[in-house]
Design a binder for this molecule. Structure first.
Ligand SMILES: Cc1ncc(COP(=O)(O)O)c(C=O)c1O
Length: 291
């Protein structure tokens, strides 16, 4: 099925407080956000008409902007309402939501203090994923050559557009090798995350996940940790050395887009998705209320 380009669709996009027709939602080429990556965004999912953890995503969006030195000119209540209104305006119930904030075209150069901060919210249909059985086959991750930077090298706690540069490079390289995605290490060589989701490892029946010192402390990650604790599983957040990955009995990813996705291979290490992954996958599905 051919992908319909994102600028060749119908619908409505919320743009600085009003709805614009999807096809007319265009940006000037001299926008600062495009040239200097002064942009932050979110990725959310709406299940049966309800955006999962909407307020947490909105707060992270506002905070991501602050980390990049700009203030989004809307309150959390206004952004929440705009996300819900965009879903309704487009007549959707199961959808992906993409709010984005960026510096405009008032100034062009590294310094950009007088630029206006713009906000847009787009939504598109994202209905039934694969069933649990099909997802249990797991994904294949290649090892990325790029590493997550030190938090003093880049604003790693922000969901900033610029940080996805190494994600896209790593994912493209993984796809060229026939893998689905890439596993990234951090600047020290310890395990970090996949290009768009956090990683979990099962060691001796315990659920371990890397401490998010230089990558996003994902909203799904925190949700899955809570779900595991509710099942009386031991959850351990710690530094995980790259060579420990060979010893894991199960591996899975967690993120808004990926939800809970089992992993069958990382580099040369292979895994059989098992009971713990399946339990958390089902618990997450039940929580977001889709099945
Ligand atoms: C690089 C990266 N890490 C982790 C995550 C998971 O974050 P969340 O669960 O908040 O969607 C995402 C998805 O937004 C991501 O893009």
């Amino acid at each position: 099925m051919a992908l319909v380009p994102f600028d060749d669709r119908d619908g409505w996009i919320w743009w600085n407080g009003e709805f614009r027709p999807w096809r007319d939602s265009k940006l000037h080429v001299l926008s600062h956000g495009l040239h200097y990556a002064s942009a932050v965004f979110e990725g959310e999912r709406c299940y049966a008409g309800e955006i999962f953890k909407l307020r947490a995503h909105t707060e992270r969006l506002i905070n991501s902007g602050r980390i990049l030195g700009f203030e989004i000119p809307y309150t959390a209540d206004e952004i929440d309402a705009a996300c819900n209104a965009t879903i309704a305006k487009n007549g959707l119930t199961d959808a992906y939501i993409r709010p984005i904030a960026w510096r405009g075209a008032e100034e062009m150069g590294v310094a950009a203090k007088s630029t206006k901060v713009h906000v847009a919210i787009a939504v598109w249909e994202w209905g039934a994923y694969f069933g649990v059985e099909q997802r249990m086959k797991g994904v294949h991750l290649a090892m990325a050559k790029w590493r997550r930077p030190h938090p003093e090298t880049a604003p790693t706690a922000s969901k900033a557009a610029g940080l996805y540069m190494i994600g896209t490079l790593s994912k493209h390289a993984a796809m060229d090798e026939g893998a689905d995605d890439a596993m990234m290490l951090d600047w020290k060589g310890d395990v970090a995350e996949a290009t768009g989701a956090n990683a979990f490892f099962v060691f001796g029946g315990e659920v371990h996940t890397p401490t998010p010192t230089c990558f996003l402390d994902g909203i799904t990650r925190r949700t899955v940790m809570d779900l595991a604790r509710k099942r009386q599983m031991k959850v351990v957040e710690r530094v995980i050395a790259a060579d420990e990955m060979a010893k894991a009995s199960e591996v899975f990813l967690a993120g808004t887009a990926a939800e809970v996705t089992p992993v069958r291979r990382i580099g040369d290490n292979t895994y059989t998705p098992g009971q713990i992954t399946e339990t958390l996958m089902k618990d997450y599905d039940a929580l977001v209320n889709r099945r």
